[in-house]
Every structure is written in structure tokens, then in C-alpha cells.
Design a protein around this ligand. Structure first.
Ligand SMILES: [Zn+2]
Length: 85
């Protein structure tokens, strides 16, 4: 099974929470090892979570997900302007 960047972005908050199934976690980990975009996304997602309250990762504010995804889309476009996101 191969996962692409979109799958990693969907899974990334669970990855940070450590709530992914072990096999999914492994796939995400492998992807992160070779994908600079997702590594950057992981870093900035962690920063956002820290800013919004590090011990309340499971209780994200309403709209957080939408804002996060909008932000990720923005970042990915900036990092990868010539490819289809
Ligand atoms: Zn990726």
C-alpha cells in the first residue's frame, strides 16, 4: 500500500497524537522520511498545535480542521507551485 501526500495530511494530526493504527503510522513515517513537503507540513502542524494548546490536541476548536487544511494547501502550493496539489 502506497500513500500520497493527501493521505499524510489527513492523518497528520492523528500521527502527532500517536493515535494512528501501527501500520498506518508506519506508512506515514516512511512517507515523511522521503517527502520534504510533508516533513514541513508536520513541523508547521506541530507548531500550530503547540500554539493552540499542546495538551488539548484532542479537543481542537471548531473550524480548526478547515483552517489547518487551508493553511496546508497554501503551504503546499508555495512549496510545489508547478504540480497539481
Ligand atoms: Zn508527501
Amino acid at each position: 500500500m502506497v500513500i500520497d501526500c493527501k493521505h499524510v495530511w489527513d492523518a497528520i494530526s492523528s500521527y502527532i497524537d500517536d493515535s494512528l493504527a501501527p501500520e498506518t503510522r508506519e506508512l506515514v513515517q516512511k512517507h515523511l522520511d522521503h517527502c520534504n513537503i510533508c516533513s514541513a507540513v508536520l513541523d508547521s502542524t506541530r507548531n500550530i498545535l503547540i500554539l493552540t494548546g499542546d495538551d488539548r490536541v484532542f479537543e481542537l476548536p471548531t473550524g480548526f480542521s478547515e483552517r489547518l487544511h487551508a493553511r496546508l494547501d497554501e503551504q503546499i502550493r508555495a512549496l510545489r507551485p508547478s504540480q497539481d496539489a
